[in-house]
Design a protein. Structure first.
Ligand code: MG
Ligand code: ZN
Length: 350
């Protein structure tokens, strides 16, 4: 018996050593909220006919409808991408049978990943919330904040501090979040040696980038990637260009373009950063299109774009999915937004 055990250990030991050495791929999911093909086209031409998306190797198309609506909202589509289920508009992290569903961020944490969330909205807004919260209404910001304070998110940068320290239950979650170093600036974020770090960029929703007071998304991304890099573990990071959507709702072309540009710079930063981290899968997509933007005219001189919006809401048009890195090829084709979760899960389970 002893000899059998000894023999088994001799055979198993080197295999388990190998398994520990083989690092699972990092995943960086970048979501341009409301970023349809027209937003990308307009952003590209306005940027001298260039976009960071041209560096990607595989492209797919994602069907964005929710369980109850052809036109989705960010809660249902965020949940679809984060957890692989089609749910009702407005619902986060709960399926149509009223069951809570685990997100790819939570599953990857169980598999030994480090995790991060960055948004140019508040951190409790529907898209980032889809990765840690389970609520029947996306408007339950205080409940979402409470779930965030107890989440497995290691690093976060976003607005919405008031939902944590100015609450109707009089709790101060910032004081309760003892496992986090809540810092007040990006330079403090960089210097922190805590295991979990959070930066609130704003008390409420962050301003638009063109106001000149917001941290460029690329700087937030660099800081989080630096922290993740030091951890020497695989990581899952979600980065949202939140306000491309708000430009669409406002039917303001200049708002869409400046927010696209901020997001595009962040994509370029990720591409540059991961040149030394080849074991990283980058996925860039949108949760839906906003504004029904079309480009009926423009001028070839200076690639000037003139856009027309057809709604102040979202539309049902499919959105593109750009991928690069390990397993990038499995994202080509046409599929439901829930498949983005399923494909990421495959990569995490490798
Ligand atoms: Mg959003
Ligand atoms: Zn929207």
């Amino acid at each position: 018996m002893k000899r059998t055990i000894l023999l088994i250990s001799i055979f198993i030991f080197p295999i388990s050593l190998f398994a520990q050495e083989k690092k699972q791929p990092n995943i960086i999911l970048m979501i341009g909220d409301g970023m349809g093909l027209s937003q990308i086209t307009a952003g590209m031409y306005s940027n001298g006919n260039k976009t960071a998306l041209e560096e990607f190797t595989f492209i797919g198309l994602s069907k964005t409808h929710s369980h109850n609506s052809l036109v989705t909202d960010s809660a249902a589509s965020g949940t679809a991408m984060a957890s692989g289920v089609k749910t009702l508009n407005g619902v986060i992290g709960i399926n149509i049978k009223n069951q809570k569903v685990k997100s790819i961020l939570e599953i990857s944490k169980e598999r030994g990943y480090q995790t991060g969330l960055i948004a140019t909205s508040s951190i409790v807004h529907a898209t980032p919330a889809s990765f840690y919260a389970k609520v029947l209404s996306r408007k339950e910001y205080q409940k979402i904040a409470l779930q965030m304070s107890e989440s497995v998110v290691d690093y976060f940068i976003g607005g919405g501090q008031k939902h944590f320290n100015n609450r109707s239950d009089n709790r101060n979650l910032l004081k309760e979040m003892k496992d986090y170093d809540i810092v007040s600036s990006l330079s403090r974020f960089d210097k922190s040696e805590a295991a979990k770090i959070g930066l609130f960029t704003n008390r409420d929703e962050p301003n638009r980038i063109s106001d000149g007071t917001r941290i460029p998304l690329k700087d937030a991304v660099s800081s989080v990637l630096n922290q993740l890099d030091q951890d020497k573990k695989p990581f899952f990071l979600m980065v949202e260009g939140s306000q491309i959507d708000w430009g669409g709702h406002a039917n303001e072309m200049s708002y869409v373009l400046s927010e696209y540009n901020d997001f595009n710079d962040a994509i370029q930063t990720v591409l540059d950063y991961t040149k030394n981290m080849p074991n990283t899968l980058i996925i860039v997509t949108a949760d839906h299109e906003t504004g029904g933007l079309s480009i009926p005219k423009g001028k070839i001189k200076n690639f000037r774009v003139e856009g027309t919006f057809s709604t102040i809401g979202h539309t049902a048009t499919m959105v593109p999915v750009f991928t690069k890195g390990p397993s990038a090829e499995i994202f080509s084709g046409i599929y439901d937004n829930t498949s983005i979760f399923k494909k990421m899960l495959k990569v995490v389970n490798e």
